[in-house]
Design a protein around this ligand. Sequence first.
Ligand code: ATP
Ligand code: MG
Length: 589
Amino acid sequence: MTFICTINVFPLGWVRHIIFRETDLKDTSAITLPVAPTSNFIRNIIDEDNRINKWGGRVETRFPPEPNGYLHIGHAKSICLNFGLARDYKGVCHLRFDDTNPEKEEQEYVDSILDSVKWLGFDWGEHLHYSSDYFDKLYEFAEYLINQGKAYVDSLTIEEIRKQRGTLTKVGCNSPYRDRPVGENLDLFRRMKLGEFADGVHVLRAKISMLSPNINLRDPVIYRIRRVHHHRTGDQWCIYPMYDYTHCISDALENITHSICTLEFEDHRPLYDWILTQLKNIVPCHPQQIEFARLKLTYAVMSKRIMIELVEGRFVEGWDDPRMLTLSGLRRRGYTPESIRLFAERIGVSKADSWIDMGVLEDCLREDLNERAQRRIVVLKPLKLIIDNYPEGGEEECFAFNHPQKPEWGKRVVPLSKTLYIERDDFMEIPAKGYFRLAPGAEVRLRYAYIVKCVRVVKNASGEIEEIHCTYDPDTKSGTTGAKTRKVKGNIHWLSSKHAHKGEVRLYDRLFSHSHPDVSDRDYKALLNAHSKEIITAYIEFSLNEAQPEERFQFERNGYFVADRVDTKPGRPVFNRAVTLKDSWGKST
Ligand code: ATP
Ligand code: MG
């Protein structure tokens, strides 16, 4: 059923009519792209585990971020993988903060990570954990290892330990403290916990083998003294467990079945397995560690260190700057959770390291927003166009579909009058070859309205074009039979000058001008794109004044835009360009 409803009275007596259909009232944000899970080597492992009933059909994964920065698009790959497996195998996925390194960790990061995982569309239910919740247990297990003769207190400095560790080609050598009796180790370790020693005086090491070809197994340090305030446990501890020791035990305590991590942990897997094997009598669960290739994206930096430098050095305006590839930055840029999930699905999971082109991510957003974004007209860089033979003071309604492929989303009125704004780029005084837009003597269709012909150009004293004059053919209005008989190649958008409003638009581009800014030793700061942000005042269709924060649109022929979630105020929207359209200048109808 179609009905016309009058919503508001606009200046100059213009009454805004919008044709609605009942389906318009549906929430378009509920649209999701169909994404069928594609098989990958991890799914094959799980299928096989299920076939032999290794875990009784259970699939329990975890996403274990360290709260020392904001999540980025690389983390999204891991989140979609871990939560996606849990979803597809009717299992669960834990969100666990790996918070064993208190110098770099903050509550702000914890909050942002919770927010981003939720925004991506995943739910950890009751499975929110912190490694710091296990500090007591981890300590207890360390004493157990000491008692088993599998750990010892070393009193060498960290520097000396590093030197004795050997290299890839040379085995390590034993510390003089390696054979300390169990009782002495236990006493020293307890006193480390009680705070009797200064930072760095002793460490606890696993007793494996200094001759192992795998450096990670050469008696790794598993506890160190650090008098640092922890964002959750405060000053309760002055010794903290190391990542490798903590991670496998946290997995086991949570009954994780498949512990999925990135490839650089492949060499740590023997240590993961060694620790859990020593503890098998007290922690029976032994998850399987599986490694996959991390996401490497062109034009992106994903090292937390560099991201922190970008924020602290004010090269960007915070972690959620729309040019940052953090999830909060992507969100502000206009990315949808669906587009990021689609991206994760599309790039797949493998063991082989490879680069993904940034264009793949941008295409996923285009694909998603093409479906869900209503169309609007905005003139970004305006040029005045005057229709000489249009009646002075006259105006009329033209109708534009809110989505060209979804007539059920209805149409809206775009008022036409004698003076319009078109894009500066849509006029060329001396047209290049193949240029079908406006030029002296040339004809174009004003989208949703008439065919006009350029008859005159007016320039200012310095020779810049100030306005162009056209005549229109009154028999060619879109939607009439006259329009069908006359065809022209060019088709441009426009806004009536007296009906258009002004609005702030931020034209974002990629933060880096180089495709691989994050390669070691490269001075990434020299590779920043000087044109990654341009703020303009554009002419916007009046209905856009009511845009809600995070409402997304296609600005016809200009790209996909979102009303900034921070700076948009009622009646005063600020738009961010999320992504340009594939170039289709002047060709579409
Ligand atoms: P660092 O450990 O250097 O602080 P990180 O990027 O590994 O940085 P974590 O918080 O430890 O950060 O990452 C959490 C999880 O996300 C880990 O399991 C990690 O393997 C995964 N992850 C991080 N970066 C990527 C990436 N680029 N692609 C896929 N997964 C990633
Ligand atoms: Mg890490």
